[in-house]
Structures are given as structure tokens and as C-alpha cells.
Design a protein around this ligand. Structure first.
Ligand SMILES: Nc1nc2c(ncn2[C@@H]2O[C@H](COP(=O)(O)OP(=O)(O)O)[C@@H](O)[C@H]2O)c(=O)[nH]1
Ligand SMILES: [Mg+2]
Length: 378
């Protein structure tokens, strides 16, 4: 196992950075690293060429030497020049959160489409890096000629661009097929209920306990990459879908490269928003807001969508009052979104099987409303 040092640059007034750091640590572990330390720099603005300041880099170098670090994991998203300089200065491999997320994806991807999507995300990050290296090389070869755009070209980049184009076409084909399948299911009379939420909220646990499935469950991010489908127990019509989980500060480029999985969220009739009720209150609030904004961004919160909130892991709360208080907090946040009464919050424990009957009752109730609507032709 490789030793990793985590480094983060945060603004003086940055909120929730402790949780973010904690989450980044989970990502690092999920990618298979042994985290040997963390270094944080508090700074108003990052250094253009190195992100961290000179003194901080010296400190990082010292830890790398002392603890036998193989790779530096940087919380922030690095520009190509920053990544290159940090690698040169520290002598170890440098990954930012984008690279790290992709590493986990690579390890967990089982199907061809996920693999293609990952390759695309990889190449789009690799191109500016290669262009930078090429430009610098030219500058060294011909010190009196200024490096201009003309040096940005390299046969490798051209090849990657061709590959990108090919992958895009391929993904587009898969995507059209996927959308066709979704509509075919709808025409057959299925109601689609898509489980969404943060990683570790208990989405897959809920999916397993409502179906006859036994999909892998884990407390690490991105265990579930491609969507899984299964019928609700004792139901002919309700199809449950388990989807990829969200993490905080998710790079929009990564969301975009996982476009195919997002179609499930867009076209489902019901969204089951799974929330970990055992999180500290402020973290629960920011996560709930963030996911609502993501859902709006990707076009999943259309006006016809029914929302069922699974306030999960209530077995970890102290008493009914605490459950009620969490429920009120979530309700308060959701009231700010223009959902006019299209949501219900049900406290449950997916793992312990608490309150699942009422959850299923609500789910079927929502499903029946969708059927009525469709028959009436709305
Ligand atoms: N205590 C408790 N743990 C749960 C509950 N639901 C899920 N978990 C645990 O939370 C972790 C993440 O579960 P998983 O279903 O993989 O979450 P996902 O990432 O949202 O799919 C696992 O360790 C589960 O055993 C619950 O209701 N109560
Ligand atoms: Mg899962």
C-alpha cells in the first residue's frame, strides 16, 4: 500500500473545512492509500504557480522525507502548471481531488460505459497538462523564441483529441439506448423511483431492503457507479433504481462525464432522497442544500417529480425528539425550494428495518398519483 500525505489550502473563513477534509480522507482510503498525515495552509489566495506558499512546500517536503510518502494528495483542484511544479519540487506523484476521484472510479468500474466515461474525463484533464509540458520543452530547445500557442501542438494531443471524439460518439449511442429503455419501461406501465443522495447515506442498503437484491454496501465513496434496477418487493409496477452517490465539491466535469447515470435521475417519476440523519447538524444542512442544488443543476427536479425523503439511520439517534428535530431541519431546507408540497419526509432505518412499512406505503401512494396523472393525460 502506498503512503499518502494530504494537503489542503483553505480560506481563512472557509466553513465546514473539517468535514471536507474528513471526506477527502475517505476518498483517499477508498482509492487504496495509507494516509500518514495532513497539512493545511490557511491563505486568502492560492499561489498561481504552486498553489501553496514556499514555506508550506518546505514543510510538505520535510514530512514526505520523514514519513516515506509516495504520493501527495491535494484537496484543491490543481492547474496543470501547479501540478507540474509541485511534482518537481516534492519529487513525488501529485494527485488533486479530480485525479483521486477518477482513480476510485477506475478501480470500481465494472461495465464498459463507465470505463468509457472515465477515460473521457481522464483525457480532458490530461490534454492541458501535455500541452504545458510540450510548450516548456520547446522553450528549452529554443531559448530565444518565446513559447506561443504554436508549441502547444503535439502529436500526442492530436491523438487524444481523436480518441475523445470517438468516445463521445460511443457514449452518445449508449445514452440514446438508455433513454429508449427508460421510455420503454414507462410505456410498459412501470413507475420509476430513483434513489439518490450522498455517498454513505444508505442508498444501497435501502435498495437491498426494498428489493430482493444483495448489492455491495460500504462506508466508502463510489462503491456504486453504474445504476442498478430492481422491482420493489411484492410490486409488479414499481422499479427502484440505485445510483451513484454525491460527494461535496464534486467537480462539474466529473458530473458531466457521468451523464448516462444522470439520465436515471432526470427521467424517474419519483426521487428518493436519502439523507444520513446521524450526521452533525450543520453538516447535514450543507449536504442537503448541496444535493438539492445538484439536482436542480442536472435538471432532475422538474415540476412533475414526486420526492420522498428517506431520513435514514435513525437507529443512531438518541430519541424521538432528536428524530423530530432532524426532520424539521430537513423540512425547513426543502421548503425553500419551489416544490409546493411534492415532498414527504419519512424517518427510517434501512439497516435495522425501522419504519420501512410506512415508507413503502408512501412510496406506493406517490406511485399511484403518477399513474392517475398519466391516465388523465396531464
Ligand atoms: N446504523 C445504520 N447504518 C446504516 C443504515 N443504513 C446504512 N447504513 C450503513 O451505512 C454505510 C453506507 O451504506 P450504503 O448503503 O453503502 O450507502 P450508499 O453509499 O448511500 O449506497 C454502510 O456501512 C451501511 O451498513 C442505517 O439505517 N443505520
Ligand atoms: Mg451505494
Amino acid at each position: 500500500m502506498q503512503n499518502a500525505l494530504i494537503a489542503m489550502l483553505r480560506r481563512p473563513k472557509e466553513a465546514y473545512w473539517r468535514y471536507k477534509l474528513q471526506e477527502f480522507k475517505r476518498l483517499s482510503i477508498a482509492a487504496g492509500y495509507n494516509v500518514v498525515g495532513e497539512i493545511i495552509q490557511v491563505k486568502k489566495a492560492p499561489k498561481a504557480a504552486t498553489l501553496f506558499g514556499r514555506g508550506k512546500i518546505e514543510e510538505i517536503k520535510k514530512v514526505i522525507e520523514e514519513k516515506g510518502v509516495d504520493v501527495l494528495l491535494v484537496y484543491n483542484t490543481l492547474k496543470s502548471i501547479q501540478k507540474m511544479n509541485l511534482e518537481l519540487m516534492t519529487g513525488v506523484r501529485v494527485l488533486d481531488r479530480y485525479d483521486l476521484t477518477l482513480e476510485i472510479f477506475v478501480q470500481n468500474a465494472t461495465d464498459a460505459v463507465s470505463k468509457l466515461q472515465i477515460e473521457l474525463a481522464r483525457i480532458s484533464k490530461e490534454i492541458p497538462y501535455i500541452r504545458l509540458i510540450t510548450a516548456l520543452k520547446h522553450r528549452k530547445d529554443r531559448p530565444f523564441i518565446r513559447a506561443g500557442g504554436e508549441y502547444g501542438w503535439s502529436p500526442k494531443v492530436a491523438e487524444l483529441r481523436r480518441r475523445m471524439k470517438k468516445i463521445r460518439l460511443e457514449i452518445q449511442k449508449h445514452r440514446e439506448e438508455k433513454i429508449r429503455l427508460i421510455f420503454e419501461r414507462k410505456e410498459k406501465g412501470f413507475v420509476l423511483a430513483c434513489i439518490t443522495g450522498y455517498y454513505n447515506a444508505g442508498k444501497t442498503t435501502l435498495f437491498n431492503s426494498l428489493t430482493y437484491e444483495n448489492k455491495p454496501v460500504s462506508d466508502l465513496p463510489f462503491t456504486t457507479l453504474s445504476s442498478k434496477y430492481s422491482r420493489l418487493q411484492n410490486s409488479q409496477k414499481l422499479l427502484l433504481i440505485d445510483t451513484i452517490g454525491f460527494v461535496i465539491d464534486l467537480d462539474p466535469r466529473i458530473i458531466k462525464s457521468f451523464e448516462i447515470n444522470i439520465e436515471d435521475l432526470r427521467y424517474s417519476d419519483i426521487l428518493i432522497l436519502t439523507i444520513d440523519a446521524s450526521d452533525p447538524l450543520d453538516w447535514l444542512q450543507i449536504k442537503t442544500k448541496t444535493i438539492m442544488d445538484y439536482l436542480i443543476d442536472i435538471g432532475a427536479l422538474t415540476s412533475n417529480k414526486q420526492i420522498l425523503v428517506a431520513l435514514n439511520k435513525i437507529d443512531l439517534l438518541n430519541d424521538r425528539f432528536e428524530i423530530e428535530s432532524r426532520r424539521n431541519q430537513v423540512e425547513e431546507i426543502l421548503m425553500k425550494y419551489d416544490l409546493d408540497g411534492r415532498f414527504v419526509i419519512i424517518p427510517i432505518s434501512a439497516k435495522k428495518g425501522i419504519n420501512l412499512e410506512s415508507f413503502v406505503r408512501e412510496l406506493l401512494d406517490k406511485a399511484s398519483r403518477i399513474e392517475v396523472r398519466e391516465i388523465k393525460g396531464f
